[in-house]
Structure formats: structure tokens, C-alpha cells
Ligand binder design. Structure first.
Ligand code: GRG
Length: 301
């Protein structure tokens, strides 16, 4: 059995930190070893700004965790981990554009369109999406690459993240009920978080479908806590503009339920995730996966 990245400590925060030591160099390597290295200098800089300027790296950490949970070596999951983070970085660049959420601050730094101009920001997002699939395609095992590419494309596309963003835009200024908000969360945010776990499972040769319930609940919990953070934290704490959801009339868990009930709904999602964990056919890391909902419920950025 391969050595684990960390012992099976129950703290997801410690896991995230340990993963960073593998993920950050892998992201840097991907910038050097893909066709990005052949692109124009300004585009390379904009992509690097989007991809290498911090971030919690939750999606890569989930990919590595699911792979190890099935007994696979963490590095087997690195291509999927890098691909998910590239899609995530692209979504943030496009989400921050003036035609979308129009934000100037991300991870405590100017957003890509502020630093490099709007047109280059659009192209940097486009480049990151292509690079994600380039990274998957470069894997030696063709069946893994094909399966992971299909899963990631579905999660990122019209029935997943991009479709969720469309629903999110259409919901601005409208009073959605909690089911409407949950549908947006499932597509806009949960799909990519869930597929991060699923790509990790596939890297270990396991069936990604087994993760559907746990991963979906964790993904929706992630956006639920994002809604709560936006309503309760400061811009300095978040490294991105706080209070934007209310200012833009966004349909969120907080707008649908109020702050207290939104907190309770988030707790319910945590319970849903822990219940789904019981059914996962994994060999290890149950403690870390059980701690993940608590990490999300207690995070402050
Ligand atoms: C295709 C033009 C075009 C636009 C697409 C896909 C898209 C725009 C937006 C995706 C939706 C989106 C940005 C959802 C937000 C998800 C979310 C909670 C992001 C924050 O993730 P964290 O907290 O961020 O992991 P860090 O900075 O830590 O990586």
C-alpha cells in the first residue's frame, strides 16, 4: 500500500496544508510543461496571475484525498487535481469580469481584468479551460484520461458550472425559494467540487459514481458557507469584496432564508454529507472526510 500524504489525522485543515506542498509545484510545472509556455508573454502572465496567486486549493486537495481513500498514491491524482484547479481559476477570472460579477479584488490582489485588461482576462480564462484538458490528455493511461475528461467536461459545462452561472445571473433581483437557490448551488459550485473528488477516485481506479451523494452534499455546503461568509465577513478577511451578494440582489441561501436559518441549512448539509460517507466503499481517510463538513462550516475565508 502506498505511503499516505499525511497520517489519517482527522483534520481537513492539516490535509489541505500538506496537499499544498504537492499541488503548488504541480501547478507551476503545468505552466511550464503545457502549451502555455509557447503562448504570448502577456497571456502567460495573466494565466499565471490567475493560477499561481494563492487560493485555498480545496479542489486539488479533494482529488488527492479521494485517490488516497481508495488506496491510490496521491501523485496519481495530480493531473486531475491540476485540471480542476485550472477550471476553477478560469471560472473566477470570468466571474470577476465587468459583464459578470464585476469585481476588482480576488485573493487580496487585483483581479485579472484589472491587472491585464478585459480582453486578456477573457482569453486567460479560455486558455485555462483548454489547458485543463491538455493536462488530463497527457496522462499515460488513456482510459483514465478519457473518463476524467468526460467527467470534468460535464461538470464544467451547461449542465454544471457554466449553466449554474447562467441561472445565477437570471436570478439576480428575483426572490428565489430555497429549492431554487439549491439548484443554482448544485450546478454553479457543487459540480466542480464534486468532480474533484470523482477524478481522484478514478485516478485510483475506483468508480466515481460511488461519490455522487457525499460529493454533492459537500459541494452544496461549500457554496452555502460561501453565502454565509459573504454576508458576515469583511473584505480584508475574505480577500475579495464582501457583501456583494446583497448589493447585487443575488439569490443566495441568506436571501432565501435569512442568516440564522441559512446557518441551520448549512448544518443540515453537513449532516447529509456525513450520512452519505457511511456508504462510501473506501479503504482509508474516513476521519478526514468526516471532518471536511466541519472544516467548511467553520472556515473564515
Ligand atoms: C464562460 C463567460 C463565462 C463565464 C463563466 C463559470 C463562471 C463564469 C462562473 C462560475 C461560477 C463561480 C465563480 C462560482 C463560485 C464558486 C466559488 C464559491 C468560488 C470560490 O472558491 P474558493 O473559496 O476560492 O475555493 P479560492 O480563492 O480559495 O480558490
Amino acid at each position: 500500500m502506498p505511503e499516505t500524504l499525511t497520517p489519517t489525522r482527522g483534520s481537513f485543515a492539516a490535509w489541505l496544508e500538506a496537499c499544498g506542498r504537492q499541488v503548488e509545484p504541480a501547478l507551476e510545472r503545468a505552466c511550464r510543461s503545457t502549451s502555455l509556455a509557447l503562448g504570448p508573454a502577456k497571456l502567460r502572465q495573466a494565466v499565471s496571475h490567475a493560477l499561481l496567486s494563492g487560493g485555498k486549493r480545496v479542489r486539488p486537495a479533494l482529488a488527492l484525498l479521494a485517490c488516497e481513500a481508495h488506496g491510490g498514491a496521491a501523485e496519481l491524482a495530480l493531473p486531475g487535481a491540476v485540471a480542476c484547479e485550472m477550471v476553477h481559476a478560469y471560472s473566477l477570472v470570468h466571474d470577476d469580469l465587468p459583464c459578470m460579477d464585476d469585481d476588482v479584488l480576488r485573493r487580496g490582489l487585483p483581479t485579472v481584468h484589472v491587472a491585464f485588461g478585459e480582453a486578456t482576462a477573457v482569453l486567460a480564462g479560455d486558455a485555462l479551460l483548454g489547458l485543463a484538458f491538455e493536462v488530463l490528455a497527457a496522462q499515460p493511461d488513456a482510459a483514465t484520461a478519457r473518463d476524467q475528461a468526460g467527467l470534468l467536461a460535464a461538470a464544467a459545462g451547461p449542465a454544471g458550472m457554466v449553466g449554474g452561472q447562467q441561472l445565477d445571473l437570471e436570478a439576480e433581483g428575483r426572490a428565489l425559494d430555497v429549492a431554487g437557490v439549491a439548484a443554482i448551488h448544485a450546478a454553479k459550485t457543487a459540480a466542480l467540487l464534486a468532480v474533484s473528488l470523482q477524478l481522484g477516485a478514478r485516478a485510483a481506479g475506483a468508480d466515481p459514481a460511488a461519490w455522487t451523494a457525499y460529493a454533492g452534499a459537500v459541494g452544496r455546503l461549500f457554496q452555502a458557507t460561501d453565502d454565509l461568509l459573504d454576508a458576515t465577513r469583511t473584505t480584508a478577511e475574505l480577500g475579495k469584496t464582501a457583501g456583494k451578494d446583497a448589493a447585487h440582489g443575488k439569490a443566495t441561501l441568506v436571501s432565501a432564508l435569512g442568516l440564522e436559518a441559512a446557518g441551520r441549512a448549512a448544518q443540515d448539509l453537513g449532516r447529509e454529507a456525513r450520512a452519505a460517507l457511511e456508504d462510501l466503499p473506501i479503504e482509508r481517510h474516513r476521519g478526514l472526510l468526516a471532518d471536511l463538513p466541519d472544516y467548511l462550516l467553520n472556515r473564515c475565508r
